[in-house]
Ligand binder design. Structure first.
Ligand SMILES: [Zn+2]
Length: 355
């Protein structure tokens, strides 16, 4: 066993987890506050009183962030985001943009100016209704830009939500396809931090607990077993904690550029890349952690295959797209934590195996 080393754990100020907790805790959190509510198109599963309500269809864009951030303090004092990763990311983006004013492109990484925020974010309460992104405990928000054909993050320590309210009950009516793609995103967000170059003892402990839970629970949740939802909601939360503190890797490095240009759900992209990323990283590093990972996941390719996700070619991606996607993936912030610097040939190989 290696030494513990040094680490710092960043997380939401308060994490509340459990069946029925959303209904129990939300009314107190929003009492006498002017709330901007951000949800998906289906609205909030729990009635809350809000001064304004923004709905998001699909994954959030720079324009969505502009629209949500058009409200001003003190007309909005706090943001409550209830939904999948898209609603949570848009809520977090709105909370920091309202506090700072100005355009998202001034602060967006990679495609924007990447300027740091000067003001702390408004308090943001995040209530996930999918089990996958872990966005309720991360300090970034991913926005797509049609103009740039890529996704990039707003990022700030103060974007960590004030409260992460994780209630497995809210995920019970997720349809099978969404259960699979979001659940496999959660798995990717546990596997990549576990073997990342920035891994630490705390993150390792979280991943060692959560990875086997996904392996056991996701097929059951996919088949409609409600009792598997709590393990998935917990694993998703753990994935968010893991990625916020140990970074990600090549699967997420590709997910930004691919998701920016092709109409593929984020989790589905990560899932079809993950087995190939793990195989090539394992071959290039020889790190013993990959043996431990394999003992937890079993045959990762076979595990992913049972969910019948389409290959990347189903979204229109061809081998002709590889050079541009490899170049973009190398610039992605997620790629920095990949356990080893992969060559262009390795990255091209990963992509071609997932076509
Ligand atoms: Zn992800």
């Amino acid at each position: 066993m290696t030494g513990v080393g040094a680490f710092e754990l960043a997380t939401a100020s308060r994490i509340v987890f459990g069946e029925g907790k959303a209904r129990e805790a939300l009314p107190d959190l929003v009492r006498n506050r002017r709330v901007l509510l951000v949800t998906g198109t289906r609205g909030a599963p729990i009635a809350i009183e809000a001064a304004h309500h923004v709905r998001i269809a699909g994954e959030p864009t720079v324009d969505d962030a502009r629209r949500a951030a058009a409200f001003a303090f003190p007309d909005v004092e706090m943001v409550v985001a209830i939904g999948g990763g898209s609603a949570l990311d848009l809520g977090k983006a709105a909370a920091i943009l309202i506090a700072n004013g100005g355009d998202p492109l001034r602060h967006l990484e990679v495609i924007g100016d990447g300027r740091p925020f000067q003001q702390r974010s408004l308090p943001c309460v995040c209530v996930p209704t999918t089990a996958g992104t872990g966005s309720e405990v991360t300090r970034n928000a991913v926005l797509g830009s049609a103009t740039h054909g890529v996704k990039a993050s707003l990022r700030s320590p103060s974007m960590l939500p004030a409260v992460a309210l994780v209630d497995p009950e809210l995920t019970c009516d997720l349809p099978p396809a969404l259960t699979a793609s979001t659940g496999l995103d959660a798995l990717t967000q546990l596997v990549e931090p576990f073997v990342s170059s920035k891994a630490n003892a705390f993150v390792d402990a979280i991943c060692r607990d959560a990875i086997p839970r996904v392996i056991a629970a996701l097929p059951r949740a996919f088949a409609g077993d409600r009792t598997a939802r709590a393990d998935m909601a917990y694993a998703s939360l753990c994935g968010g904690l893991a990625l916020a503190n140990a970074g990600l890797g090549a699967a997420h490095g590709f997910a930004g550029p691919i998701g920016g240009r092709f109409p593929a759900p984020h989790g589905a992209i990560c899932a079809v890349l993950l087995p190939h990323v793990v195989a090539i990283n394992r071959a290039r590093t020889g790190d013993r952690k990959f043996e431990e990972l394999a003992a937890m996941t079993g045959d990762l390719a076979a595990f992913v295959a049972q969910f019948d996700l389409p290959p990347l070619s189903a979204y229109g991606l061809t081998s002709a797209d590889a050079p541009a996607l490899v170049a973009q993936a190398k610039q992605a912030s997620s790629m920095k934590a990949n356990p080893v610097t992969l060559s262009d040939a390795d990255l091209t190989e990963i992509l071609s195996r997932a076509l």
